[in-house]
Design a protein around this ligand. Structure first.
Ligand code: PEP
Ligand code: MN
Length: 337
């Protein structure tokens, strides 16, 4: 942390600032410029974070040197990869396809879609059993039955499964069946939920809140990491902007930014971002080119009958047609899918 003094700060004020810093158990190094003094604070910055130094007479600004997120920070670790079932996400080389319906609707439905997406190249199966719906009258998910069907689909196809958790009270039942916990956009800042999944043995796919900044997302990841769960994957899924022509606005700049600020794998969900089936393929290709470690794409065998998000789900044919084009883009940027 660096303390910049006001140009007219008196010697007495500067001495008082230095004394205060030392009282906190830190060292202070003074450099005198032409018009102002800069005080470099040496020692664990956390000791000062909550202290009202900025209010002291003579202080103009306080500039943190270290990031507020220690465990997620790129400075703390080289790029990490996260195992979901047996599949590594974030290896720099492989790009992983995660696919499946928005909601698990029946045993037959999830079996059929799991086989379809596997055949086209998906490595992980997704499907919601607890659904965060805007209306309480909309389909809420099959709950434990849905989880069981997902686990049965995994047994049949070998695909590990990701499913959303909305309530800490559901953690133990979800842990019985799933390979990865998804924290959805609406719960990105549900701090009790973040702490709870931070104590789980399962990896966590953390989706960006649709009104959250990149820093907010990283701080939410920090909640999970600080509880001891180091297996966190970040997901850009579209943010709310003034634009209403698409469901959300896919912020692809989040991918390189998150990768430069954190060591965590970064994936993209183009489906929820754009919300329109027709354009999901283009945005998937763009997300891959932007450096996503995985893509999460909703697929449904009868989108017109889907109980949620039918308008954005790819048909099996569109998905099958997209995968070779994704492979070509992966090859062009030195990756493999
Ligand atoms: C989903 O993945 O089906 C979902 C509800 O995602 P989000 O939380 O991004 O809206
Ligand atoms: Mn969905």
């Amino acid at each position: 942390m660096i303390i910049i003094t006001q140009p007219n700060a008196t010697e007495e004020q500067i001495n008082r600032i230095v004394t205060r810093v030392r009282e906190f158990g830190l060292d202070a190094q003074i450099s005198r410029g032409a018009s102002r003094v800069i005080i470099g604070v040496i020692g664990p910055e956390a000791l000062l974070r909550e202290k009202p130094l900025a209010a002291m007479p003579g202080v103009e600004a306080i500039v943190p040197v270290l990031k507020p997120y220690k465990l997620a920070s790129r400075e703390s670790r080289e790029a990490s990869s996260v195992a979901i079932g047996g599949i590594q996400v974030g290896t720099n080389e492989d790009v992983i396809l995660i696919s499946g319906p928005c909601s698990v609707e029946s045993r037959e439905q999830i079996f059929s879609i799991a086989k379809i997406v596997k055949k086209s190249g998906a490595k992980i199966l997704r499907g919601g059993a607890f659904k965060p719906r805007t209306s309480p009258y909309s389909f809420q998910g099959l709950r434990e039955d849905g989880l069981r069907f997902l686990a049965e689909a995994r047994a049949e196809t070998g695909l590990p499964v990701i499913t959303e958790i909305m309530d800490p009270r559901d953690l133990s039942v979800i842990e019985k069946y799933a390979d990865c916990l998804q924290v959805g956009t609406r719960n990105m800042q549900n701090f009790s939920l973040l702490k709870e999944v931070g104590r789980s043995r399962l990896p966590v796919l953390l989706k960006r809140g649709f009104s959250a900044t990149i820093n907010d997302l990283i701080m939410s990841a920090e909640y999970i990491l600080s509880e001891g769960n180091m297996n966190v994957v970040l997901c850009e899924r579209g943010i709310r902007t003034f634009e209403t022509a698409t469901r959300y606005t896919l912020d692809l700049s989040a991918v390189p930014l998150l990768k430069s600020k954190t060591h965590l794998p970064v994936i993209v969900d183009p489906t929820h971002a754009i919300g329109l089936r027709k354009f999901v393929p283009q945005m998937s290709l763009a997300a891959l080119a932007a450096g996503a470690d995985a893509l999460m794409i909703e697929v449904h065998d009868s989108p017109e009958l889907a109980k949620s998000d039918g308008d954005q789900a790819l048909t099996p044919e569109i998905f099958a047609d997209l995968v070779p084009r994704l492979r070509a883009v992966a090859a062009a940027i030195g990756r493999k899918l």
